[in-house]
Design a protein around this ligand. Structure first.
Ligand code: SDX
Length: 434
């Protein structure tokens, strides 16, 4: 709703304009500028969208200064403590916590979509054994639209819903298959008698030769990590999915675009980069040297897992992941693991350093998650895949919210043109000689 206005005064041209101000349920007031170009012939310029709301949404709320994260109004701390991943999936998709019967029905639907077409498995053979699993995820998830012609009418709510269910259910199966492909091992079918997290660990570590029972501590830790990574407002990969979806591309193609965006080390690829960084630092005695490098403008090295575009406070998810990390390490006989000690020391030194304090750089969700995945036996190059499994829920929830909006428009930003002014073509024999 817009009941207040913001007066824009253009002194140079002696004119002004009243811009409507929209106030959401929570968060800062927002100035609606969509008529600016039509009325005044000017653009706004905001590279990286530091001060730009790209859409309205009712899914997730973040307060970066206060370190607050809420899914459909529920604080992430309460969901991590009291809920479970599939219940959070239901909440993100449908906006309310499910009644018991709704939860049972939803669990059955997702469970019975976890298998992938046998023909889809042939795609994996096109990848070399050492292909990065995120490359496989991008390709295989994008190819799902080639297998599900029956549900690609994005204007049909039933098609949107079954595509969401298929995607959420099949992400772990495709992810585990990417891992098995890299090991040259047989793919393991999903089990309908296991929870979402347990099923994933089973598909990752079981073999056809013997039973594999996932460790309950590992299952619980993974379930919490999936909850924490499920959604995060208009981050780079979610914005990528929305922009791809705004052209009415099919949902699987849009999610593949989101996977590609998440892969970057500045975004979801940071969890893998954190472990690579900790392995490079190697020892607590080296921490001051690397902290100095991170502060040096002439050195491209940054502390991976530190800093955030929105959080200028401790990432509430990082606080929870750090606690889970201690629990998993203790239960998997890794208590006092050198890597955990190194991470804690790095955090301690950085948080006392004026450079990080002044720039409000804190550990983010990626700083500790890799240590947990490692303790669960998941290899480094699968860490961002873990992020993608969880974030596919947020992506498809935002895609659905956008496509269901009757006022949805194709996303088409403008630019500040700084290229050559208009000039005439020069025949090749009239051009400079070199
Ligand atoms: C995720 O958007 C989301 O919600 C993302 C995410 C989600 O759930 O979807 O939360 C997941 O992507 C978490 C972020 C994971 N990335 C990393 O951990 C990579 C390391 N972090 C940085 O690359 C950086 O902090 C970003 C990319 C996360 C944020 O960058 P910004 O907001 O563009 O901030 P910036 O680069 O302008 O940094 C501000 C200042 C700069 O110094 P000055 O130019 O002011 O002197 O802080 C410095 C930066 O050089 N800085 C760092 C730093 N991060 C920022 N210096 C050293 N080490 C760092 N990690």
């Amino acid at each position: 709703m817009a009941d207040k206005t913001f007066t824009l005064i253009d002194n140079a041209n002696n004119r002004s304009m009243e811009l409507p101000v929209r106030q959401g349920t929570q968060g800062p007031p927002t100035i609606e500028i969509s008529s600016l170009y039509k009325e005044l012939g000017v653009f706004t310029y905001d590279p990286g969208f530091m001060s730009t709301a790209s859409c309205k949404s009712a899914i997730t709320y973040i307060d970066g200064e206060a370190g607050v994260l809420e899914y459909r109004g529920y604080p992430i701390e309460q969901l991590a403590e009291q809920s479970h991943f599939l219940e959070v999936v239901y909440l993100l998709l449908y906006g309310e916590l499910p009644a018991p019967a709704e939860m049972e029905n939803f669990e059955g639907i997702i469970t019975h979509h976890t298998m992938i077409k046998e023909k889809l498995k042939d795609l994996f053979n096109g990848f070399h054994y050492d292909a990065h699993p995120m490359a496989i995820m991008t390709g295989v998830v994008g190819s799902l639209s080639a297998f599900y012609h029956d549900s690609l009418d994005i204007h049909n709510p039933q098609h949107r819903e079954i595509s969401a269910h298929r995607l959420i259910a099949k992400m772990p199966t495709i992810a585990a298959a990417s891992y098995k492909h890299s090991k040259g091992e047989a793919f393991i079918y999903p089990r309908n008698d296991m929870s979402f997290a347990a099923n994933f660990l089973h598909m990752m570590f079981a073999t056809p030769c013997e039973e594999y029972v996932p460790d309950p501590v590992a299952v619980k830790a993974l379930d919490i990590l999936l909850i924490l990574h499920a959604d995060h407002e208009q981050n780079a990969s979610t914005s990528t999915v929305r922009l791809a979806g705004s052209s009415h591309a099919n949902p699987f193609a849009c999610i593949a675009a989101g996977i590609a965006s998440l892969w970057g080390p500045a975004h979801g690829g940071a969890n893998e980069a954190v472990i690579d960084m900790l392995e490079m630092i190697g020892d607590v005695s080296q921490v001051p040297k690397y902290v100095a490098m991170a502060k040096d403008k002439n050195d491209p090295f940054r502390l991976m897992g530190f800093g955030h575009r929105v959080y200028k406070n401790y990432d509430p998810r990082a606080r929870i992941v750090r606690k889970v990390c201690h629990e998993v390490l203790a239960s998997t006989c890794h208590a006092g693991s050198p890597m955990m000690e190194l991470a804690l020391k790095l955090e301690e030194i950085a948080l006392q350093d004026e450079y990080f304090i002044e720039r409000k750089l804190y550990p983010n969700v990626d700083f500790y998650s890799g240590i947990i995945y490692r303790a669960l036996g998941i290899p480094n190059n699968m860490f961002t895949v873990m992020f993608a499994i969880a974030r596919s829920v947020g992506w498809i929830a935002h895609w659905t919210e956008m496509i269901a909006d009757p006022h949805q428009l194709i996303g088409r930003p403008r630019q500040v043109y700084e290229g050559a002014p208009k000039r005439d073509y020069v025949p090749v024999d009239k051009r400079r000689k070199s």
